[in-house]
Design a protein around this ligand. Structure first.
Ligand SMILES: NC(=O)C1=CN([C@@H]2O[C@H](COP(=O)(O)OP(=O)(O)OC[C@H]3O[C@@H](n4cnc5c(N)ncnc54)[C@H](OP(=O)(O)O)[C@@H]3O)[C@@H](O)[C@H]2O)[C@@H](O)CC1
Ligand SMILES: [K+]
Length: 461
């Protein structure tokens, strides 16, 4: 799978398996270095190139890249503060026919960072840090090989100077850092250089832009999905979620609310009255509960009633503060999506006895412990389910405004009502949300975002 994401441990195991199957480390390095050089030649377009080489195999890739460029007639300078330590990198160094400088001022318009890859184990200091600082302050075109050298591959955390790269070339498979902040923000365009590894059986991937489908030829409003949005104490948030849901593919949205929604569109059906009665409708395909629900006893009662109809559901906002093992026991967790931001994720982790860890680790544990599909949203969104773990490209930073979470919940619930698949609904939800933000930017409000879900749908059809 070309979108596969591997941890360092999985990467090393996969490379070992390739070697046991008869492909040498040298051959893998050739494939990686030559593949990366193809991309570099496209962006360098004949201009001189500097390659920064570290002591490990990431540096080894650098020597292969440099030699490939020299053979294509490029003017190349390698800067390597230390001689290679690994055997394969030494072999690459020996095959490199150009000059190597221990330290020099880099004046080339294109600079390739091969100081450290997934073998980074500690803070980047001394001459390595100085080179990265020099690169950061230069106006050159910046390429990171595998990962930016100051980035820890499994966590995306930053252990030294981090230039703003134009291009990051992942080797063999994506690493978790390619989908995690703060690393992801500095990577520029991200591309994969395949090196022939067997990636079957992997359980994590970068999410691929989905292709949505129009309604079936024989569709009618119920077959396209009836979504019930359960409102509560506050009228605004569920209305916003319902407005987004109406534009994300579902055939019918009902807002179950006792408020007077004077500004609501005429095409949104609002039902007042006893929730148990309004939810007692076999045609309901999915339920959204949480935005504007409130956190008191009557909100808890409404959440319990939403569970009692045992339909696929999306829980967001206040529902995530109310949820506990006792309430969840009344639901079918395999059909539920939760869409927590960091604060809500922390609350859920406390209640379900999940200890500390990165956002990714906690999202996975929460899924393992509860069985729910967990969409941990934020600048780096991760999705944990029994299908796999998915990472996403970065969305617009304009999404950092009140109400965008309600819009996301509405979109995910709409998609869930359309097809009933929690993982797919969350993936489609994130892509539609990002696309809507792109179309509505800059400085949109949440209601502007909800309206932009319609052109976002058109873009993903
Ligand atoms: N294996 C394969 O088949 C293939 C692997 N490939 C490539 O290999 C890369 C991984 O290679 P790698 O494991 O050699 O690690 P790498 O990232 O080069 O660094 C390790 C070296 O750096 C050192 N070091 C670490 N941190 C440091 C610090 N802060 N400051 C100073 N030194 C530090 C560390 O020293 P040590 O910790 O041992 O003292 C060691 O010497 C991978 O990202 C990809 O590019 C491709 O060619 C495809 C085939
Ligand atoms: K690197």
């Amino acid at each position: 799978m070309t979108d596969t994401v591997l941890t360092v441990e999985q990467m090393r195991a996969t490379e070992r398996a390739a070697m046991e199957a008869g492909v040498s480390e040298w051959e893998l390095m050739q494939r990686a270095g030559e593949g990366a050089a193809q991309w570099i030649m496209r962006v360098a377009a004949g201009r001189p190139v500097a390659v920064l080489c570290g002591p490990g195999n990431n540096g080894g890739d650098g020597y292969v890249i440099a030699e490939t460029l020299i053979r294509r007639g490029y003017e190349v300078q390698v800067i390597a503060p230390l001689e290679p330590r690994s055997e394969t990198a030494q072999q690459a160094r020996a095959h490199y026919s150009g000059a190597v400088f221990a330290a020099t001022t880099m004046r080339e318009p294109v600079v390739i960072d091969c100081l450290f890859g997934y073998g980074l184990t500690r803070k980047v200091e001394g001459e390595f840090a100085e080179l990265l600082e020099q690169m950061a302050s230069s106006h050159c075109y910046k390429v990171a090989i595998d990962v930016p050298s100051a980035v820890e591959s499994d966590t995306g955390s930053v252990l030294g100077p981090l230039p703003d790269y134009d291009l990051t070339l992942a080797l063999g498979a994506w690493k978790q850092a390619h989908g995690l902040m703060p690393a992801m923000a500095a990577m520029g365009e991200r591309r994969l250089v395949p090196i022939g590894l067997d990636l079957s059986g992997a359980r994590s991937a970068l999410s691929r832009r989905p292709r949505l489908t129009p309604p079936a030829p024989d569709a009618h409003k119920y077959r396209r999905g009836l979504l019930a949005v359960v409102a509560g104490a506050m009228p605004g948030a569920p209305l916003l979620a319902a407005e987004a849901a109406m534009r994300a593919g579902v055939g019918y949205v009902k807002l179950l609310s006792d408020h007077d929604h004077f500004g609501a569109p005429a095409d949104l059906v609002i039902e007042q009255g006893k929730l148990a009665n309004t939810l007692d409708d076999e045609r309901i395909a999915a339920v959204l509960v949480g935005p504007g629900l409130g956190r008191d006893d009557s909100a808890r009662e409404r959440l319990a009633q939403a569970f009692s109809c045992r339909k696929p559901g999306v829980l967001d906002a206040d529902a995530l503060y109310l949820l506990d093992p006792e309430l969840l026991a009344q639901a079918d967790p395999g059909t539920l999506c939760v869409t927590p931001h960091e604060g809500e994720l922390q609350k859920l982790c406390e209640v379900f006895g999940i200890g500390d860890g990165s956002k990714l680790e906690r999202a996975r544990r929460l899924h393992d412990v509860t069985g729910m599909t967990v969409l941990a949203k934020g600048p780096d969104t991760v999705l944990a389910s029994d299908v796999m773990t998915s990472f996403f490209p970065r969305g617009s930073s304009w999404l950092s405004v009140a109400g965008t979470g309600d819009v996301l919940a509405g979109i995910v619930a709409s998609r869930l009502a359309v097809h009933g698949n929690p993982h797919r609904a969350c993936e489609e939800g994130v892509w539609l949300h990002h696309e809507a933000a792109r179309l509505a930017s800059p400085a949109f409000t949440a209601s502007g975002l909800a309206h932009a879900v319609k052109p976002a749908m058109a873009a993903l059809l």
